[in-house]
Every structure is written in structure tokens, then in C-alpha cells.
Design a protein around this ligand. Structure first.
Ligand code: NDP
Length: 456
């Protein structure tokens, strides 16, 4: 029996689930296929387990700091990786069931478990079953990559780290993007001896320079060894004792043995084995599906969104793209996704939150700017005498007074920056910030009380 849908979605991650349930709510007949687990990268091996690990990691410091507030905990607190893994797995299992049974099925979406492959502009093969659809949406996400060096298979990617059985006491994290910086902080906080090595001069390419420097200093203060200008030549030995041959500044370093190596060197779109090449769906040189402003590929009727189109690899962006897709194609309200001023957080230790332009980007774009900057210790850290400094920075356009960039390093930076993102999206000016009464005592109040620019 052939099944026919108005919309068939391939991929049950953030973008695919959102698009299918919102389209089904318009009365469309919608089916979705997932070959692995409902929830996709974010829920199964990305944002959600990472955030759980990040919470776990911070308890180490919190337990220590509690003494500064008069608590005696007795004995020395210890951490059990297997217990954290089991708790994480139970929560991910729960969320996966929620996605399927409390989100998709009640929304009227027909769910299919299996590997879908396009066989025509309106036809899919799902493990031998033929499915037809007026529109097909590809939301299959991406996967982490390893560098093409000898022995690369000995390294973990973030996928394997989420399944790791034994806690690595000595860990090399290679890369300096979101994943590398986050896991370096998490694993250090959980008690590992962490080295963070990368090829660039600084971590977090593209972020504000000040922020990059400040975060490096804070991470080093917490005991992470940071190695810029470092390249990996080869990995040897075995998992559990990986021998790393590497160079810094182009010179060989003595090789070192690590319990594990995490390669966090970027992600690639999952465009293989989908039948895309056979159908002539255009791909970028990076392997991403190319789409127009309404997410249509080069083949009419076939659409794509989320990490597989590799615009901005963030869950909320995939959700936003899915909403724009449904508005355009199922609600008769065509609109584009707005990619401006996307707030983002790096769950490093300490956390980073940022919106808008870095100081360098603002200058490069020709803005005449005033820079407001403040550093200091969070009040919470004073009694335990924790040597951790926050950074707050605003980039303001002198001509329009608009706040072009906001950067925050400190506890719960993502929570702090989320609210400011609304103001910035609305075009808030520095005068608006100045007219806002702070909430005292908080860390974030500093963002509305910085009066004198430090640079222009
Ligand atoms: P990123 O693109 O953020 O970083 C990739 C890292 O790999 C960079 O440090 C890059 O170095 C390095 N790299 C790439 N190629 C090579 C190479 N050939 N040799 C040496 N180093 C190399 O990727 P991630 O894997 O960290 O994360 C993927 C995406 O997932 C992110 O872009 C982000 O959008 C998303 N994400 C978001 C999170 C959040 O919102 N908190 C958390 C985790 C992931 P260089 O800088 O020198 O180019």
C-alpha cells in the first residue's frame, strides 16, 4: 500500500519535529521518518545532555564554595561518572518518548521509524515502502567530524563522549569552537586533568577579542592547560591510552599519552545516502543542501532546513526556520527567517552569552563606536574567595546610539543575555539601557549602569 502525504519530513530532530507538528496543526496530512532516535542531535547527543553535564560540573565548585557560607559537608565530596551517565540516559529516554508520544502523535503526525531515501521529487523509499508526498522536507542534521590524521579513529567526537563508560582522568580536547570549549570546562569541573589545544591563536574564532582573552584567562585559572597554535600530527596507542604526536608553532612537541582525546573540529551536514545527488539536489562545497529564502532546494517540492543547510547550527534557529517554513508553505503567510541578532551562549566555565557584533566586527563594518566594559567578581564568589571574574561589554553606535553588541562572561550568562536579546532585537539604544533601573544586587545590573566608555 502506498502512503501519500501533503508533507513528509525526513529527520525527527528539532527542525523536523517542529515543522511536522506545526504543519499538521493546519490540517495537512503529515508523516515523519527518523532512523535513529526522536529528538535529534539536540536532545540525544547535543544541547540537552551537554547542559545536564554542565550542571553536574558546576556542583564541584558549588560544594567547595558552600564552605565559604558556613556549610560543612563532612568528608570530601566525590563524583561518580557512571551515576551521571545513568541519570542522563534516563532523562534522554524520557524526552525521546515525550517527542514521539506527547508531541508528534497527539499533533496528528504519522511517525515512521526507518531510513528514508528520496527516489523522486515526490517519492521516498522507507526501508522498502514507497511513500509519496506533495512536499518533502529534509531535516536530517549533521554529524561531528574527525581530522584526517593517522589514528584519528582513536579519538572520540562529542557523540562518543556522551556514551563514554569510564571517566577520562587525563583528557585532550582538540578544537576551540563551542563543543571544545564547553567540554573542556565540563570535564575539568568534573575533575579531569584537561588540556585544550587548537590551531588558532585564541579560542572561539569570530567572538569578541576581549571576550576570547578573558575566557582564556578564566579557564586557565580553573586549571585547564590552554595550548594555542597547536596541530595534531597523529594518534597512536589505544583508547584509554592515546599517544598524541603534535606540534606547537610548527615545532614538534614531546608526545603525550592521554586517557582520551576529544576531537571537536566542526560538524558536517548529513547529506549522504539520501538520494540527493541522483535527483540533482544542489549541495554546497561543504556538503550542505542549498536552499532559497523559503527553504526550497534546487528541485521544486523538496525543501530543507536546520543543520543540514548549515546556515547557523543552533537548535533555536532550526525551530525558527521550521516556523517560517510552515507559515510560508502551509499558512499562506510567506516570510523569511530573520537571522539578525541571534543571541547565543557557550556553556563554558564560566558561561559566555553574546548578541550582535563584536568590537572588531563593528569597526570593520565602519561604525563609529563607543565601547563600555566592566569586569568584576560576582557577589556570590566573594565569601568563598573564588578568583573568577565576569566580563560585561557593550558596543554602541555613536551616531544612532543603538547597542550593536552585548557580551557577557559570568554565571548564567545565557539566562542574562536572553532578555537583553529582546531589547536588542527591538533596536534598543544606550539611552534605553541607561533609562532602565537595575535589579540589585545582581550581576546583570552592571549592563544598565555602565556610564563611561572605555574606548571609542
Ligand atoms: P565550531 O565550528 O564551533 O568549531 C570548530 C573548531 O574546529 C574550530 O576551533 C576550528 O578551528 C577547528 N577546526 C576545524 N577544522 C580544523 C582543522 N582542519 N584543523 C584544526 N582545527 C580545525 O564547531 P563545533 O564542532 O565546536 O560545533 C559545531 C556547531 O555546533 C557550532 O558551530 C555551533 O553552532 C553548534 N553548537 C552550539 C552550542 C551552543 O549553542 N552552546 C554548543 C555546541 C555546538 P578554527 O577556529 O581555527 O577554524
Amino acid at each position: 500500500m502506498n502512503l501519500h502525504y501533503d508533507l513528509f519530513v525526513i529527520g525527527g530532530g528539532s527542525g523536523g519535529v517542529r515543522a511536522s507538528r506545526m504543519a499538521a496543526a493546519t490540517g495537512a496530512k503529515v508523516g515523519i521518518a527518523e532512523s535513529y532516535r526522536w529528538g535529534g542531535t539536540c536532545v540525544i547527543r547535543g544541547c540537552v545532555p551537554k547542559k545536564l553535564f554542565s550542571y553536574a560540573s558546576h556542583f564541584g565548585e558549588e560544594l567547595h564554595d558552600a564552605a565559604g557560607y558556613g556549610w560543612s559537608l563532612g568528608g570530601s565530596p566525590s563524583f561518580n561518572w557512571k551515576k551521571l551517565m545513568a541519570a542522563k540516559d534516563a532523562e534522554i529516554d524520557r524526552l525521546e518518548r515525550v517527542y514521539e508520544h506527547s508531541v508528534l502523535i497527539p499533533a496528528g503526525v504519522e511517525v515512521h521509524h526507518g531510513m528514508a531515501k528520496l527516489t523522486g521529487p515526490n517519492t521516498i523509499d522507507l526501508d522498502g515502502q514507497t511513500i509519496t508526498a506533495d512536499k518533502i522536507l529534509i531535516a536530517v542534521g549533521g554529524h561531528p567530524t574527525r581530522l584526517p590524521i593517522p589514528g584519528a579513529e582513536l579519538a572520540m567526537t562529542s557523540n562518543e563522549l556522551f556514551e563514554l563508560q569510564d571517566f577520562p582522568e587525563k583528557l585532550l580536547v582538540y578544537g576551540s569552537g563551542y563543543i571544545a570549549v564547553e567540554f573542556a570546562g565540563i570535564m575539568n569541573g568534573l575533575g579531569a586533568d584537561v588540556t585544550l589545544a587548537f590551531r588558532a591563536d585564541k579560542m572561539l574564532r569570530g567572538f569578541d577579542e576581549d571576550l576570547r582573552d578573558h575566557l582564556t584567562q578564566q579557564m586557565e585559572n580553573k586549571g585547564i592547560t590552554v595550548m594555542p597554535y597547536t596541530t595534531l600530527k597523529a594518534l597512536g596507542g589505544q583508547a584509554g591510552a592515546v599517544d598524541v604526536a603534535w606540534q606547537q608553532h610548527g615545532e614538534d612537541l614531546p608526545s603525550q599519552v592521554f586517557d582520551q582525546v576529544l576531537m571537536a573540529t566542526g560538524r558536517r551536514p548529513n547529506t549522504h545516502n539520501l538520494g540527493l545527488e541522483e535527483l540533482g539536489v544542489a549541495l554546497s562545497s561543504h556538503g550542505a543542501i542549498e536552499v532559497d529564502q523559503h527553504f526550497e532546494t534546487s528541485v521544486p517540492g523538496i525543501y530543507a532546513l536546520g543543520d543540514v543547510i548549515d546556515r547557523v547550527q543552533l537548535t533555536p534557529v532550526a525551530l525558527g526556520e521550521a516556523m517560517a517554513f510552515v507559515d510560508t508553505h502551509f499558512k499562506g503567510r510567506p516570510r523569511r527567517m530573520d537571522y539578525s541578532n541571534i543571541a547565543t551562549a557557550v556553556f563554558s566555565d564560566p558561561n559566555v552569552g553574546t548578541i550582535g557584533l563584536s568590537e572588531e566586527e563593528a569597526r570593520a563594518q565602519g561604525y563609529d563606536i563607543a565601547v563600555y566594559r566592566s569586569t568584576g567578581r560576582a557577589m556570590k564568589h566573594v565569601l568563598p574567595d573564588r578568583n573568577e571574574k565576569m566580563l560585561m561589554k557593550l558596543i554602541v553606535c555613536r551616531e544612532s546610539d543603538r547597542v550593536l553588541g552585548l557580551h557577557f562572561i559570568g554565571p548564567d550568562a545565557g539566562e542574562v543575555v536572553q532578555g537583553f536579546a529582546v531589547a536588542m532585537k527591538m533596536g534598543a539604544t544606550k539611552a534605553d539601557f541607561d533609562a532602565t533601573v537595575g535589579i540589585h544586587p545582581t550581576a546583570a545590573e552592571e549592563l544598565v549602569t555602565m556610564r563611561a566608555p572605555v574606548a571609542s
